[in-house]
Design a protein around this ligand. Structure first.
Ligand code: ACO
Length: 325
């Protein structure tokens, strides 16, 4: 038996915004953003919705996996920026696709969301309860940014990534080999979005700004460079392989300096760490599946390649997986 990613897809909004474009509307520069993050551009929605981007990514993944909407019996969407609080993104995507045989629910684990969705789908598929899962990481972060706070808004983008995960009873030696995940709620407020303004007459309303993302960048940086190498090593050990056996490390695209630091800590060449943050910025739960789709469609992933996926972020949360393609 193998539980395997059989298809990937992604969608980026049409509207591309460069660092220079941002410097026209706020006090920032291409030099500041590139030096500290590696980012050159991001794509931001103008007409797209989280549902629409997810459905487009899903259709590409389904086509590649040769799976119809009726074949899907589980949809898990990882997001912190769905179109509505209710109905959930996963139910909206179910409607868009006509995946009438699926059970659908969302997972909120921020930048680790896709890894948490993969782990959840894996557990369901392994138990035999479902056979074919659509997992999504999709975000419209531009609506959660304080566009007057240059220290956060320049870092993030919008987009969606999808994967079809299937239980393949007759295939051995491929698929998901190990999964690890963790959380540390005690440090949660270093990266927060406290919520919608409250209009309850019995509760004092806090100022409107609290509904946008706030971040202590240096604390998040320290958390990431400490936690990600540990999580990756744990996943690799659990899979009973070594770091040298890994062909690609597909990490959450928060910042090029975090990725370089992880590569250094793991004593692995930076060439094994594909990136797309230069073009996409940080898309939270969508970063890992969009990058996975990028390298898959570029033909970099060959059958038998072993890859690590790793996500980390708000919560704080983290997750890593080892799989053979
Ligand atoms: N343009 C120009 N100047 C800016 C900008 C900007 N967009 N943003 C902040 N500055 C200024 C600040 O005002 C400050 O100026 P001052 O020294 O006059 O006060 C100066 O730049 C330095 O600010 P810092 O916040 O100290 O900058 P730092 O070097 O820490 O870099 C950064 C900030 C890039 C966010 C860094 O802390 C980092 O990489 N953190 C990792 C966090 C991360 O990646 N978060 C992503 C979301 S979480 C996740 O996905 C895991």
């Amino acid at each position: 038996m193998a539980i395997k990613i059989c298809g990937t897809g992604s969608y980026l909004p049409k509207h591309r915004v460069t660092n220079d474009d941002l410097s026209e509307i706020m006090d920032t520069s291409d030099e500041w953003i590139q030096t500290r993050t590696g980012m050159k551009a991001r794509h931001l929605v103008t007409e797209e919705t989280t549902t629409m981007m997810s459905a487009e990514a899903a259709k590409l993944a389904m086509e590649q996996a040769n799976v119809s909407a009726e074949d899907i019996d589980l949809i898990i969407a990882a997001t912190i920026s769905q179109d509505y609080i209710i109905p959930t993104l996963s139910c909206e995507v179910q409607r868009e696709l006509g995946a009438k045989n699926a059970v659908a629910f969302d997972i909120g684990a921020a930048c680790s969301g896709f890894l948490f969705a993969l782990n959840t789908a894996y557990s369901y598929l392994k138990s035999g309860q479902y056979q074919t899962a659509l997992i999504l990481g999709a975000e419209t972060l531009s609506k959660m940014m304080d566009w007057e706070d240059r220290s956060t808004c320049v870092l993030f983008g919008d987009g969606a990534g999808a994967a079809i995960v299937r239980n393949m009873p007759d295939e051995e030696g491929i698929g998901i080999e190990s999964l690890v995940q963790g959380s540390d709620g005690a440090k949660g407020m270093v990266l927060a979005c406290k919520g919608r303004p409250v209009k309850n007459p019995y509760v004092e309303t806090e100022e409107e700004r609290m509904s946008y993302v706030t971040m202590d960048g240096q604390e998040v940086y320290k958390f990431a460079v400490r936690t990600v190498p540990k999580a990756v090593k744990e996943a690799v050990e659990k899979a009973e392989v070594t770091l040298d056996d890994i062909d690609y490390f597909v990490l959450h695209q928060a910042n090029i300096r975090i990725i370089e630091s992880v590569a250094k800590h793991l004593h692995q060449p930076i060439e094994k760490f594909p990136t797309n943050l230069q073009e996409c910025g940080n898309i939270s739960a969508a970063s890992v599946p969009i990058l996975l789709d990028d390298i898959n469609r570029k033909g970099l992933l060959k059958k038998g390649n072993r890859i690590v996926l790793a996500g980390f972020g708000a919560g704080l949360t983290w997750g890593a997986a080892v799989l053979t393609w």
